[in-house]
Design a protein around this ligand. Structure first.
Ligand code: PGA
Length: 251
């Protein structure tokens, strides 16, 4: 069975009640049966998103979660809370969280595990820095990040997860990986999984993220191992995100 495409927005720390209302309306109007779609929004906007998208074809999620179930963890949000607000997805291991908040691959794997235990679908982000790419370490870096999850949760867990390959040097920089560069790493990730389970490797959606725009989405999504995108900046612009969703449905 061919893999479905998924176009997921990552709003990061952007939004306002008024701007979100217009954006969510436009996104739900642009959804189609030909492509899975979702928006990952800041925590305070989950209730608004749930109300706007309930019963619509667009799923929603969060951008992070605590590894803890509950307790004295000031400022943290647990998986059960995300479930109460109807989240389907939660991003784990985004490079901004790894770099700015010191999240290790082990912590990311723990978050992935608790997300799945609560019934959420983790979107596991992997990606190398420019320095690592130039040192020829791309494969080693993404497999180390992935192995932390495989060691903790097993390969079968990927049947209930999504992977997003996001080269750090392409995020928010306008410098997209070429379709060939992205495809090469996607194929490497899939081959790494196939060593453990060919069926899982064949089924798992691997998204590309990093400066995906309306004018480059179709070319990226046409690559054999690219199953959609995790979209930052362009997910905040209704026309751009809608065009990227259409590109996902058209492939
Ligand atoms: P970008 O962000 O599309 O703005 O590059 C992607 C991401 O960080 O998920």
């Amino acid at each position: 069975m061919p893999r479905r495409k998924l176009v997921a927005g990552n709003w990061k720390m952007h939004g306002s009640l008024a701007a979100n209302a217009a954006l969510l309306n436009a996104v739900s109007a642009a959804a189609s049966a030909g492509c899975d779609s979702a928006v990952c929004v800041p925590y305070p906007y989950l209730a608004q998103t749930q109300a706007a998208l309930f019963g619509k074809a667009v799923a929603w999620g969060a951008q992070n979660l605590s590894q803890h179930a509950q307790g004295a963890f000031t400022g943290e949000v647990n998986a059960a809370m995300l479930v109460e607000f109807g989240c389907k997805y939660v991003i784990v291991g985004h490079s901004e969280r790894r770099a700015l908040y010191g999240e290790s691959s082990e912590l990311v794997a723990h978050k992935y595990e608790v997300a799945q235990q609560a019934g959420l679908v983790p979107i596991l982000c992997l990606g190398e820095t420019l320095e690592q790419r130039e040192a020829g370490q791309t494969g080693a870096v993404v497999t180390e990040q992935l192995d932390a999850v495989l060691n903790r949760c097993g390969v079968a867990s990927l049947d209930k997860a999504v992977i997003a390959y996001e080269p750090v040097w392409a995020i928010g920089t306008g410098r997209t990986a070429t379709p060939e560069q992205a495809q090469e790493t996607h194929a490497l990730i899939r081959a790494h999984i196939a060593k453990l389970d060919a069926g899982v490797a064949d089924r798992v959606q691997i998204l590309y993220g990093g400066s995906v725009k309306a004018n480059n989405a179709a070319e990226l999504f046409a690559q054999t191992d690219i199953d959609g995108g995790l979209i930052g900046g362009a997910s905040l612009v209704a026309d751009d995100f809608s065009a990227i969703m259409r590109a996902g449905a058209a492939v």
